[in-house]
Design a protein around this ligand. Structure first.
Ligand code: NDP
Length: 331
């Protein structure tokens, strides 16, 4: 159950300033990419959102295509907003995105003004909202001028369909250019959403410096590498896990002996720190990426509660960081 305006939920969460904006985001945010689609249990979705929000997770991340079927995660979250989260709109940050294929024909993909603004309009209808807090360009479009894509984000903000603009999966140079365009349009880029975890370190290849120079917040998706950086796959591929289900991007052939032997060694470090593997992976990402927030996914309320405990121990000595890097770098 959720009680609107309940101060208890804010006591144990850490809130970080998003870049040089006025917006604070929880150090742990919840993404609805998986497990919020039309074939998933609605009761489980409700319990996950209740658990998250009652633990201070105020930020829920969506995209036009999350499901399956595409759009159903927004519809389901819209139902939750109307019921369980009724009277809590001012306490939560909802984000959505457009940029991957969502409908057939020439206007349902990539980064045109036509696609972005009509997609946002449909997202708002599915969510039952007048505005989202953050609207993202989900990926850069090599064939549309960046001015047009950023112009669409700025229009969304100026028309009140979104409070802030964000970008996702942009490289360092594109990010710098996009940021300058948005600043000129009077709508600074709030946040960049990129994949970042112990195994995927692109953020460290120049992007982190651009983001800090431009005052843009950093939120990392798949901080647990879709579950690999947890104890989920230490003894094979369990039934019902993401790798077992065969939907989405985590294929069983990703769970190799080499990867799992690294995770087992990392898990020993986590145990010595009094943490689960998932908790250590999240604490590590927050520190190594100097992140505003880690954007987790979950299939149960318990995973969310466990993951929030990552914040109980988020310090790493330089030696521990080096030890973790040496395990990750081992062939
Ligand atoms: P994670 O790396 O956090 O993976 C989540 C999965 O890990 C869960 O579904 C669960 O798998 C497993 N897991 C989570 N916690 C635990 C735990 N404590 N113990 C054991 N297993 C655990 O994130 P996602 O890949 O789901 O991505 C998170 C969000 O990022 C998405 O929902 C979306 O909002 C965003 N995203 C954005 C993208 C972009 O292009 N901008 C791309 C991808 C994601 P299982 O189901 O097996 O239980």
């Amino acid at each position: 159950m959720i009680i609107p305006n309940d101060n208890n939920r804010y006591k144990n969460m850490k809130y970080n300033r998003c870049g040089r904006s006025g917006l604070l985001l929880p150090a742990v945010s919840l993404g609805l990419w998986h497990n919020f689609g039309s074939a998933d249990s609605f009761d489980n979705m409700v319990e996950m959102v209740e658990t998250a929000f009652n633990l201070g997770i105020t930020h829920f991340d969506l995209a036009n295509n999350y499901g399956p079927v595409p759009g159903s995660a927004e519809e389901n979250f819209g139902k939750i907003l109307k019921t369980v989260l009724k009277d809590c709109r001012n306490e939560i940050v909802v984000s959505t995105k457009a940029g991957y294929k969502h409908w057939n024909g020439p206007y349902g993909d990539w980064g045109s003004r036509k696609y972005l603004l009509s997609s946002l309009d449909s997202s708002l209808k599915r969510l039952g909202l007048e505005y989202v807090d953050i609207f993202y360009s989900h990926r850069p479009d090599p064939d549309t001028p960046l001015e047009e894509t950023m112009g669409a984000l700025a229009t969304a903000v100026k028309q009140g369909m979104a409070l802030y603009a964000g970008i996702s999966n942009y490289g360092p140079e594109q990010t710098e250019t996009a940021s300058k365009i948005l600043k000129n349009l009077g709508v600074p880029c709030l946040i960049h959403q990129m994949k970042y975890n112990m195994f995927t370190r692109n953020l460290e290849n120049g992007l982190i410096d651009v983001l800090e120079k431009e005052g843009i917040g950093k939120i990392a998706f798949s901080p647990l590498d879709q579950g690999i950086l947890t104890d989920r796959y230490l003894h094979g591929i369990p039934k019902g896990s993401r790798a077992d289900k065969g939907i989405g991007f985590l294929k069983p052939d990703r769970i190799t002996g080499e990867i799992i032997s690294k995770v087992k060694r990392l898990n020993e470090i986590a145990k010595a720190r009094g943490q689960s593997m998932a908790q250590m992976a999240l604490a590590w990402a927050l520190k190594a990426g100097r992140l505003t927030s880690v954007l987790i996914g979950a299939s149960s309320p318990k995973q969310i509660a466990d993951n929030v405990k990552a914040l109980d121990n988020s310090d790493f000595s330089d030696d521990k960081m080096a030890l973790i890097d040496s395990i990750l770098g081992d062939e």
